[in-house]
Design a protein around this ligand. Sequence first.
Ligand code: NAP
Length: 488
Amino acid sequence: MSVVKDVPKQLLINGQWVDAKSGKTFEVPNPATGEAVAAVADGGAEDARSAIRSAHEAFKSWSRTSPIERSRYLEKAFKLMSDRRDELGQLITFENGKPVEEAKKEVAFAVGYFDWFAGEARRIYGELIPSNVATRRLWMIRQPVGVVAAITPWNFPATMITRKIAPALAAGCTVVLKPAEQTPLTALAIAKILQDVGLPPGVLNVVTNLYPEEIGQEFLVNPLVRKVAFTGSTEVGKLLMRGAADQLKRVSLELGGNAPFIVFEDADFDAAVEGAVGIKYLRVAGQSCICANRIYVHESIADRFTQAFVEKVKAIKVGSGFEPDVIVGPLINKDTLDKVSGLVQAAVKQGAKVATGGGPLKEGAFAKGYFYAPTVLLNVTDDMGVSREEIFGPVAPILTFQTEQEVVERANKTNYGLASYLFTKDLGRVFRIAEALEYGLVGVNDAAGYTHETPFGGFKESGLGREGGKEGIDEYTEVKSIVVNLPK
Ligand code: NAP
């Protein structure tokens, strides 16, 4: 547990590690055992206010640094966080539960945002606009929006943070970060890395807490906060957007998903099976916003696909993330376990058939954690909760379809629009369907998801704005037009 011991447990405000004003702390449980890993400061509105003030003060100088200077800090953060990859990976497993090899891969991916935005910092271009008058000049510049309040979830405790703070810092913004209550340690460890590379005080502040409403409210009412960057549930995203409306704060929202995974009869069969297993079970036990939620298989290959898929799922090892060869760790908490169990039970009542799994694991080593057996459901219909809702667990509903038009309509029939996948070798179909799917991400013969270079975000109720890509930095800038009449 020395990786846990080395992490600061206090709030980071104006470059200082400080206790919460209330003196309160809260315990961070290990979801594999239910035991407390550490206690960290439980910040409140007053702490959030101090952090916002310090970010506001720091903005005055940080926003005036040159892009290359900001870029250099991010490069150093990339280097140091890469060096600490193994420790951070273990830390993630302690508080989030995902298998440690998967956690290390997350860190390797998360750190890539420092690398990407270190480059993008130097490419925040303006424009010289052709003028309508001979003696007038027009140009456009991009400037940092100001203090950013970032709120992040627990499922990718490192990536969700770097994907926000890297573009914010690159653009010249300062940040107050509120990480998820389940995974504050990873956030504090990343903040320590930025402190260790010499980031000036106040540029990044972290306020950990157990009850998010108080701090969330301060972010919304405090006029010094100019932007709220949020990743989490659609429900909380809407609440923040409503609250941000009073001061017309900028918002970017990365919210829930309900990804269709479509397998056509001409697909590379093995790649499709492999891809479906990977994007369903190999990312935080199915607790990812881009996980396959509904697997649509063409009826002509459905039996063969199901057999191969179920065989692979049966071979998945479940257990504590520190055990060798474990693929599926625990779910994050009891609420998530209960929600997944409820969705499966309701589907079975409505006629779904369990091909494997089907319930929580409670015996022996599983007794104290929140483990759910990797599950495959057959005879699933579109109206079942398991098809309509974001499952957020290791449960794969398999549905069948007959025609291209039918499956696209069914795939789009949801309020979500984050990620989607299709497997086919027909090039015409690739374009037809990729263009018809109402999703921010379409994986064609690919289930690995997005990368740093691509903009990521949702259609419909899956969000607003984009993270990553060259678009990711635009979210942290304001556009200013400058009109100059030349002196006679
Ligand atoms: P959540 O309940 O919305 O929590 C996310 C964050 O919001 C946490 O830091 C949470 O704090 C905070 N929060 C909750 N209520 C708040 C309030 N009233 N005011 C201010 N902050 C508040 O979501 P979750 O269940 O932890 O995360 C899973 C969700 O995130 C899923 O729907 C998933 O699809 C989505 N997600 C989306 C993406 C994407 O890129 N689109 C990526 C990952 C996850 P506490 O932890 O203290 O409650």
